[in-house]
Write a protein of this length. Structure first.
Lengths: 362, 362
């Protein structure tokens, strides 16, 4: 088992990475103030892992309330959140009762937001079961639900007490979800880790084949990168925004098509290609750089071309981005491969050119 | 103008207390990162003060988005919160756009929760216009909405950037609301400020007559008491629970009757009498002490007798209290007048005796 720590003073917490961790109840109990937990998961993950985790916890004397929500980004809504609150209140869960999120990014985000707001905050443990959640969304304390007008518009910064990433759960991940997770993995390379880009060039096929050593390396590397950034800038007043490489474009794609049509990672994949092209138009990247980003995204099994949207729709949807400041769009772009920056002055004609060409020359 | 500070390190903030403060735009602007604000109020307060505050801010170059919600505790719900989110998103309010709450406890609580969760947190300014909000709910960062199963069940700890209490707004407060505010004023005396109990004995009629000097003294005294407690225990792991004197009983009354039938302060008034009686049954107070509490509540124009509820309903509703721990009810009771404590071991027969007698011998 590998352990990385997110250094946030008295709110610091461990990320445990290894195979078979959901059977190790002691990892959970040491971070719980009370031997009682509500275990939130979705119907798909419940069928695979709920009985095992529940049995491990109950075997260690923990009283467990399972709460099963529907599967998919389309259900990261008020309605699902309210169903979680209703279950917690009906069972009289208390301020010291932990909420455990067993699942992917949707389950983690919505359970985290429930934990942040139920009785004004209860302990929270992330048990990510998708690659995307293990390398990205379970770490760092961003919790949220979607609003019809935009992705993750309602939420809170609320750190978990622990992240327990069981690599063995990746064996049951559908191929499409694996690829979606690789979008975030690749992101860490291009935004700030040149050596990792080279490693990915050599190991992408091993990751796609679910080679355990490669997966363990990638999950740990991404978690460490993210933990460092979050420790420096928990509330995204600076560097943390770089983690949104590809996301301004990506969130617009998700909102335009309806949440859940494209997986988040798919939208981020296409979004990274758009960010690379924008960076080329601004003179930072050359054609070979853009080709390298595009090829990596394609090799991961991800779309490199966004769906067709009108320019006006792109701009309207991106105008709801959380990074907008003083009415100005702020994009995460690349100075070079492995060096991201925030650009608040992308000229409109550049954007229009990139977006107009997006759906055809991809 | 009096100024008190809530000492919370880099999140410290001022409480400004004085007459005519809503005309002083500079008090607002110095705490706003952007000359843009969404101003949330209810239909009653909007008719009285919205144009004035809006004019003051706009006169100072601030762009203002007014958001008017319905008046009353019954509207401290998801539905109202969603209406606020919709308005913020439609107007493309950003992370640096401030939310200003102009109104009483309901407006403050729901606007604060919106500020805590919109885009994962935006700046927030409290402008309390009721006595209850000025002395209690606007200070300390507790934000919430109600759930059918319990008061303030969903919320967040989220501190404002400033509290601006304009004493002149109390001139338009209906008498019933003034009395409700006095419940929280009286609470500060009995929970921990003996001198203030004596002052109240001498000045309660002056407060009821809205004597400006008396009101200014009481608001400042309560805010200072609260600021001290919040600075010591922001997240209610200790002393802050004492601020809930009368509230475990009171919240049960509010939930049982339907939110809004009794005002929060009315329920707290009757709840303090029940807390005093429970304290007497446990041998801490004598009959004269209970009579003093009861008389003060009555003089303030508040009910001293709760509505009739079955014992089972009392216990069921109080079982949803946020202070419940390990299934045990925890009551804020009185060791003596001016000295509250938390009691997690009130024997059931004592409770039953107090509650059975409650509605008849009050």
């Amino acid at each position: 088992m590998l352990t990385t720590t997110v250094g946030l003073g008295d709110r610091a917490y461990p990320i445990y990475i290894g195979a078979g961790l959901i059977d190790q109840a002691d990892l959970f109990i040491r971070r719980m103030p009370q031997k009682r937990a509500a275990l939130v998961t979705n119907e798909t993950v419940a069928a695979l892992y709920l009985p095992r985790l529940q049995a491990a916890l109950e075997g260690a004397g923990v009283s467990v309330l399972p709460i099963v929500v529907r599967d998919g980004e389309a259900f990261k809504t008020w309605e699902t959140l309210n169903a979680i609150y209703d279950a917690l209140l009906s069972a009289r869960c208390e301020r010291r009762t932990a909420l455990i999120a067993l699942g992917g990014g949707v389950v983690g985000d919505i359970t985290g937001f429930a934990a942040a707001t139920y009785l004004r905050g209860v302990p929270f443990i992330q048990v990510p079961t998708t690659l995307l959640a293990q390398v990205d969304s379970s770490v760092g304390g961003k919790t949220a639900i979607n609003h019809p007008l935009g992705k993750n518009m309602i939420g809170a910064f609320y750190q978990p007490a622990a992240v327990i990433a069981d690599l063995a759960t990746l064996s049951t991940l559908p191929p499409r979800e694996l690829s979606a997770g690789l979008a975030e993995v690749i992101k860490y390379g291009f935004l700030g880790d040149r050596d990792f880009i080279d490693w990915l060039d050599a190991h992408l096929e091993a990751l796609l084949a679910r080679d355990p050593t490669a997966l363990a390396f990638a999950v740990e590397r991404c978690c460490r990168n993210k933990a460092d950034i979050v420790a420096r800038d928990e509330r995204e007043t600076g560097d943390r925004a770089l983690l949104n490489l590809g996301h301004t474009f990506g969130h617009a794609i998700e909102a335009a098509l309806g949440f859940g049509r494209w997986l988040h990672g798919e939208a981020v994949g296409a979004g990274m290609v758009l960010a690379a092209r924008t960076s080329r138009q601004l003179g930072h990247l050359d054609d070979a750089d853009v080709a390298r980003v595009t090829a990596m995204v394609a090799r991961a099994g991800l779309p490199v071309t966004p769906p067709h949207l009108e320019i006006a729709q792109w701009l309207d949807l991106m105008g709801h981005d959380k990074k907008v400041e003083g009415g100005r769009l702020r994009f995460v772009l690349l100075k070079s491969l492995g060096q991201a920056y925030v650009d608040a002055a992308v000229p409109r004609p550049v954007l229009e050119e990139v977006l107009a060409g997006a759906a055809v020359d991809g």
